[in-house]
Unconditional design. Structure first.
Length: 421
């Protein structure tokens, strides 16, 4: 690993619509390579293979033959899995609970052998050959201020790899390009970090999080959708059905089985929640957030009053795990009052119950349309900044506050800063 400084610049793609299916197939095959590798490498909790060379030797030929991917993407799939297994083994060594990595979120990893990074487009390998994808560029006169202008277009930063991602809600593709700068002055970095730490005491950045009973389990103010609440409910319902059948059987052995599957399920759901919290904290780290803001728990309970005890447990546990995990990080968890976060337009502030229809938010005043949970998450972050602006002491100790949004930060005066994330 070289330790050249890195920046990641997210770039929205204008994907040719007749190629979208190729990318979805590429993603399926890529994740399949990673999952097969994970199956192979994760043998028992105390015996896992963490050597990339060993994994490639054992798996590459078969995986290459079974998939339509280029050699490079097959290798990338194997390596991605081995890195995750390795991270899992590290956790086990620390005595933390973890389980075999599963790759189910939409992503494909590219490097210079499987992609080219050009001024206004990239070419990317797919199961169906190379595809050219145009960038949606920031406006010309604002570009200098954007990560795209500062890093992607700079001669000093060099695009070395990228992750292709897909937003299922907006149906947009994003390329998160990682750039390296081998000549970046080490002194310079330290100075820069020191300054931002100092500023951090004055001006914090918070990530808003909306929790839900249907759709995505958690949605952040930066537009990240974490886990599926529907999936969690589905798993729980399966357990209930099985329990019901066993209860009807009524034998002693069926009673023991009920106990066993019950405790296996609670292990599984705790693991699942831990992994979702990790995704949330990764996002917080990615956007350099200082605080993670939820709606207060009492509301979470009311909001899901129609939901099951299990769902109430899951949300409380999720927040509890988040609070526990941030203890050794430079982060805090805090809460806002939930009133109207789902009805308020995060764009113009207009609040009306007609703005929200299930998962769709459409502002009756300014016409802003967006996923309703994402809108709520932005309101949660903005509301917290309002508290700080009006003098409430923040847990981070600063006097001003910015909300972390998809491509930058927004302060209470409505000034938007694009940021390198
Ligand atoms: Zn509006």
């Amino acid at each position: 690993m070289d330790d050249a400084p890195r920046r990641t610049v997210p770039i929205k793609l204008n994907m040719p619509s007749d190629c979208e299916a190729d990318f979805h197939h590429t993603k399926d095959q890529f994740l399949n390579c990673a999952n097969q590798t994970s199956d192979w490498a994760w043998r028992y909790d105390d015996y896992c293979i963490t050597s990339k060379a060993k994994a490639e030797k054992a798996l590459y030929d078969d995986l290459k033959a079974e998939h339509d991917l280029t050699a490079n993407l097959v290798q990338k799939g194997i390596r991605r899995a081995i890195e995750a297994v390795d991270a899992g083994v590290e956790k086990l060594k620390e005595g933390e609970k973890t389980s075999q990595p599963v790759f189910d979120s939409w992503s494909v990893v590219y490097d210079k052998r499987s992609a080219t990074f050009n001024a206004d487009h990239a070419t990317l390998s797919t199961v169906n050959g190379r595809v050219k994808a145009d960038y949606v560029l920031p406006l010309e006169d604002e570009r200098e201020e954007t990560p795209f202008g500062r890093y992607y277009e700079s001669d000093e930063w060099d695009a070395s790899s990228a992750t292709l991602q897909y937003d299922e809600h907006s149906e947009d593709f994003y390329l998160h390009v990682t750039l390296k700068n081998p000549n970046y002055e080490v002194d310079g970095i330290e100075r820069q970090e020191a300054t931002s730490r100092e500023e951090g005491t004055e001006n914090g950045v918070v990530l808003g999080v909306d929790l839900n009973v249907t759709g995505a389990f958690a949605v952040t103010s930066t537009g990240k959708f974490i886990g599926s609440a529907d999936y969690l409910t589905h798993k729980r319902n399966e357990l209930e059905k099985r329990r019901g059948r066993l209860q009807q059987t009524g034998t002693r052995s069926s009673h023991l089985t009920i106990q066993r599957i019950g405790s296996r399920f609670s292990d599984w759901s705790l693991d699942w929640l831990h992994n979702r919290v990790n995704e949330l904290l990764e996002e917080a780290e990615r956007v350099n957030a200082d605080g993670v803001i939820f709606e207060n728990l009492k509301h979470i309970r009311e909001n899901i009053a129609n939901g099951s005890k299990f769902q109430q447990w899951a949300y409380a546990k999720f927040v509890e795990i988040a609070e526990y995990k941030i203890e050794d990080r430079d982060l805090f968890v805090d809460f806002v009052s939930p009133a109207y976060t789902s009805q308020r337009c995060s764009c113009c502030g207009f609040t009306h119950e007609d703005n929200r229809d299930d998962k769709t938010f459409a502002c009756q005043k300014c016409g802003y349309e967006v996923n309703a949970d994402y809108n709520a998450a932005k309101n949660i972050a903005v509301r917290y900044c309002g508290y700080i602006h009006r003098g409430q002491k923040s847990r981070g100790g600063w006097a001003a506050c910015q909300s972390a949004l998809k491509s930058g930060t927004l302060n209470v005066n409505g000034e938007f800063n694009a940021s390198a994330v």
